[in-house]
Design a binder for this molecule. Structure first.
Ligand SMILES: COc1nc(N)nc2c1ncn2[C@H]1C[C@H](O)[C@@H](COP(=O)(O)OP(=O)(O)OP(=O)(O)O)O1
Length: 158
């Protein structure tokens, strides 16, 4: 799979915006917002475009904080392997809208719906919530759902 971006808008009260994916890869899971990089795009441009397509929110590239770099591996489906750049965003313009791809909802960071998210998320999102930056390799088992192996590192800069 092509490299991806994943962006989590964060409100001043600390709540995170997640979306329930309505179609495609990760359908029905809650996640941040993002997608595959397109030809000629850099990661920031991809993150801005995907956020706008999936939520209606308009971000400036300089407001995207790179907080994670993850290497997702699928032991039974190597065509799904991809890297993901993870961003927090604290300023934007516009209002959140449901889109054809995502049903958005704000969540308290202490009550994220991990049971309905990708299985790796409960390991690295708490690190980000503690203001740590993270780099790692997450390997999914043959069912493409459960975790097979995890290597996560706290880093100073992504
Ligand atoms: C496998 O573990 C993952 N965990 C989390 N939390 N998020 C992931 C994982 N793998 C991928 N993602 C994110 C990365 C992207 O933000 C989306 C997938 O993007 P999608 O395939 O929907 O990309 P689009 O370009 O929007 O796809 P279309 O072809 O449907 O336009 O999930």
């Amino acid at each position: 799979m092509r490299p991806t971006t994943l962006c989590f808008p964060v409100r001043p009260d600390g709540k995170l915006l997640l979306g329930r994916k309505k179609r495609g890869f990760g359908v029905s899971k809650w996640n941040g917002f993002g997608g595959k990089i397109e030809a000629g795009e850099n990661f920031l441009q991809c993150a801005v475009r995907e956020l706008r397509e999936e939520t209606g929110l308009i971000a400036k590239e300089e407001d995207l904080e790179l907080v994670g770099f993850l290497d997702f591996h699928f032991s039974a489906s190597s065509e799904l392997d991809h890297i993901g750049f993870v961003y927090f965003l604290r300023q934007w313009q516009g209002t959140v809208q449901e889109t054809e791809e995502m049903e958005p909802q704000w969540f308290d960071p202490a009550a994220l719906p991990y049971d309905e998210m990708w299985k790796g998320d409960r390991t690295w999102i708490p690190m980000l919530l503690k203001k740590e930056k993270v780099k790692g390799i997450i390997t999914f088992a043959e069912d493409n759902e459960n975790l097979q192996h995890l290597e996560l590192y706290r880093i100073d800069n992504v």
